[in-house]
Design a protein around this ligand. Structure first.
Ligand SMILES: [Fe+2]
Length: 471
């Protein structure tokens, strides 16, 4: 009878507990299904951390909690999110001894802490007292500790029971993956940034070494003093104006420093010769491209295009250059840039046989020689950089301030001329907005009879024959 009445009371209680556990389990599954998309979404880790912690706290009915990340060198827990504690440092950290790492890693699931257990799992050497935590859930991925969720008091100061621990265990393995994923991302980001720093310092080293080399090349020949350094600077500036990335710009600068390295094999007497070179002398001079190519091909540069840029910097779009008589579509962009940078500096520098051209006259000649000799896009980029100098908006001036004797309006005129030359014989269909059918007839945008070059000041007297500019 007694047994029977006890059983009658016990059964509904057991069922009630089971129903309650089932509800909690369903709630945990619901939390998991919400957490999945949230953790894989594109968001800051601090935001994800708060979401993970609040899910754990809700599942355990906790009103205080901290999500710690584990770092192994040195062994340390550092808070990524904290909620509910009246006073919690940000970040909170708990240094760990090897025995703490061992017990946290060996724990089979969440652990309810009492006063005799704190020193087993946590040290008191950090900026937070372990006694604040009533329950800890180690987060482990692949058998390794990734973090710890430490919970404080529950609502109504209730104890953590098996049901809460089960829910925490289910969520812990899931959170551990998210925390480990973050740690791996951090490691990769750190390695990438370290590699970039090393690469930058390597490029800096190359830059300095090649700058010294360029100076050495030019010093041998008094008449081209500073030429290689300037060509490197001009080529890099043109590349920047064309939107090239920093690595391509660095390659252009280095190729510019080295483009005339083959001149070390040219008889220095030829550089000082006041008249035109005879055929034999010209061939010796022209060979500096091939010799330079041989020299730089034997060096392992971080930029693979340097040898071809050195070899072909005297090639021209119409195939009239040397040593291989290549045509425009065979010339890589760095080669086209180098050809223009080299020519521009040759034209604006003094030679024993001629005075330097003004910047305006040199640019006029380059526009006049496009697209036959030079790529108009490259000439346009040079105009952009010189214009920045002319209006004083260059971060680092391209030219010596004494050389910038051209007005921005003249550069604009040259740019318009260049555009006109490129688009000559092309007809554009235009329609003015709101105009009637009469204005929709095709028309040319630029007057083909006008040659704006004629409006520029003439080259200074004493200018040399064109064939001498590129020596
Ligand atoms: Fe050259």
């Amino acid at each position: 009878m007694l047994r029977s009445s006890c059983s009658a009371i016990w059964l509904p209680l057991e069922v009630a507990i089971q129903i309650n556990n089932l509800r909690r389990l369903l709630h945990t599954v619901e939390a998991l299904s919400e957490l999945g998309p949230a953790l894989t979404a594109e968001r800051e880790f601090s935001e994800s951390s708060r979401l993970m912690l609040s899910t754990m706290m809700e599942a355990a009915g906790a009103r205080e909690g901290v999500l710690f990340l584990f770092h192994d060198k040195p062994a340390m827990l550092t808070s990524a999110a904290a909620m509910g504690f009246a006073l919690m440092p940000d970040p909170a950290f708990v240094p760990l001894l090897p025995k703490h790492v061992h017990t946290l890693t060996a724990a089979r699931g969440p652990v309810v802490l009492n006063s005799s257990m704190y020193s087993t799992f946590l040290s008191s050497n950090g900026n937070v007292a372990p006694e604040l935590f009533k329950c800890i859930a180690p987060l482990k991925a692949g058998g390794k500790l990734a973090g710890v969720v430490a919970l404080g008091r529950r609502l109504g100061d209730a104890l953590y029971e098996d049901a809460e621990l089960d829910a925490l265990e289910l969520l812990s393995s899931y959170l551990a993956l998210a925390v480990q994923n973050h740690a791996l991302t951090q490691t990769v980001a750190q390695r990438v940034s370290e590699n970039l720093r090393l690469t930058a310092s390597l490029h800096g080293f190359y830059d300095n070494a090649l700058e010294a080399f360029a100076t050495a090349i030019d010093v041998k020949h008094v008449n081209i003093h500073g030429h290689s350094l300037r060509v490197g600077r001009y080529a890099a500036a043109i590349g920047e104006a064309m939107g090239m990335d920093p690595s391509e710009v660095a390659a252009l600068r280095s190729a510019g420093y080295l483009h005339d390295i083959g001149k070390v094999a040219v008889d220095r007497r030829l550089f000082g010769k006041p008249g035109a070179l005879d055929a034999e002398e010209f061939r010796e001079m022209a060979d500096h491209t091939v010799v330079g190519h041989q020299i730089v091909s034997s060096v392992q540069f971080p930029w693979p295009k340097i040898p071809e840029t050195v070899r072909w910097h005297h090639e021209r779009s119409d195939g009239s250059g040397y040593p291989d008589n290549l045509a425009e579509d065979e010339l890589p962009m760095p080669v086209r840039i180098m050809g223009l940078a080299d020519s521009f500096d040759a034209m604006t520098s003094a030679r024993p046989y001629r005075a330097p051209l003004s910047v305006g006259s040199a640019l006029s000649d380059l526009v006049r020689s496009s697209p036959e000799k030079f790529d108009p896009n490259v000439v346009q980029a040079l105009l952009i950089q010189v214009r920045r100098d002319a209006v004083g908006s260059s971060r680092t001036p391209l030219l010596d301030s004494m050389l910038v004797n051209i007005a921005a309006s003249d550069i604009d005129l040259l740019a318009a001329t260049l555009q006109h030359k490129v688009s000559r014989n092309k007809t554009y269909l235009t329609r003015e907005i709101g105009a009637g059918a009469a204005s929709s007839a095709p028309r040319e945008l630029v007057d083909p009879t006008r040659d704006p070059l004629e409006e520029l000041p003439p080259a200074p007297p004493g200018g040399a024959p064109r064939s001498n500019f590129f020596r």
